[in-house]
Write a protein that binds this ligand. Structure first.
Ligand code: SF4
Ligand code: SF4
Length: 227
């Protein structure tokens, strides 16, 4: 996925949750992305808001959203149901743009004109670019209405950031009993010769294979978020 694909997924949602950290305490608010180019994804806030202060102090943000439905319904057994859709999240580094730079971008790309007009109306407004990030699109169809597996996960990164691995792996101590394959309702485990392997694009990291494995061959791996 390139930046334009990522923007399109976020833009289809519209209102997104933006998370920052304020003195070690997580803070969220709703905002939206209004433009993209080869340098990154763009959003606005006012210099009078805590959001601005947090962005300036940490130079980091995390964004997520869900499409097309956010409501949760329940089936006859009272269990939650979700219509097919996707979530998307991106985490990374931001920098502020001067109004002059925004106007230069608007001269080359109409998409940025919204930002220019908004700042002309609200002079305390300013623009940030998410220029380096990693994230994921998590496409779900839990009832398997349209395909034979529940999720399809697509990682992405831009600006030179690496995607950290965060999930479960089957190790060499696997005795090939097959219990994890039987148990995995996400259809993410397959057999390859004598080995059992997890397809991470289909794995929800639900932990069923971890709890069922008699050989303790499933390990949890949470790589650090890249600097
Ligand atoms: S349950 Fe454990 S030992 Fe059995 S196949 Fe899966 S990973 Fe291997
Ligand atoms: S963590 Fe859950 S979804 Fe992933 S392979 Fe194990 S059982 Fe399947």
């Amino acid at each position: 996925m390139d930046i334009s694909d990522i923007y399109e997924k976020f833009d289809r949602i519209g209102c997104l949750t933006f998370a920052t950290v304020d003195n070690g305490i997580p803070q969220t608010r709703i905002a939206h992305l209004f433009a993209h180019d080869h340098e990154g994804l763009y959003f606005r806030t006012m210099i009078t808001k805590p959001f601005y202060e947090q962005l300036k102090k940490t130079a980091e943000v995390s964004i997520c959203g869900m499409y097309p439905h956010t409501a949760v319904s329940h089936n006859e057994e009272g269990m939650p149901c979700f219509a097919p859709g996707y979530t998307i999240r991106a985490t990374g580094a931001v920098r502020e743009l001067s109004f002059e730079t925004l106007k230069e971008k608007a001269a080359a790309d109409e998409l940025f004109m919204l930002g220019v007009k908004d700042i002309e109306r609200y002079p305390a407004m300013t623009t940030f670019c998410l220029y380096r990030a990693w994230g994921e699109v998590y496409d779900f169809d839990y009832e398997m209405e349209h395909r034979p597996h529940k999720v399809l996960r697509t990682g992405f990164s831009f600006g030179g950031m690496r995607i950290p691995f965060r999930g479960v792996r089957i190790t060499e101590t696997c005795s090939a009993c097959g219990k994890c394959l039987e148990r995995c309702s996400f259809k993410a485990i397959y057999q390859e010769d004598e080995r059992y392997v997890i397809d991470h694009s289909k794995c929800d990291v639900c932990g069923d294979c971890y709890t069922v494995c008699p050989a303790k061959a499933v390990e949890i791996v949470i790589e650090s978020i890249p600097e």
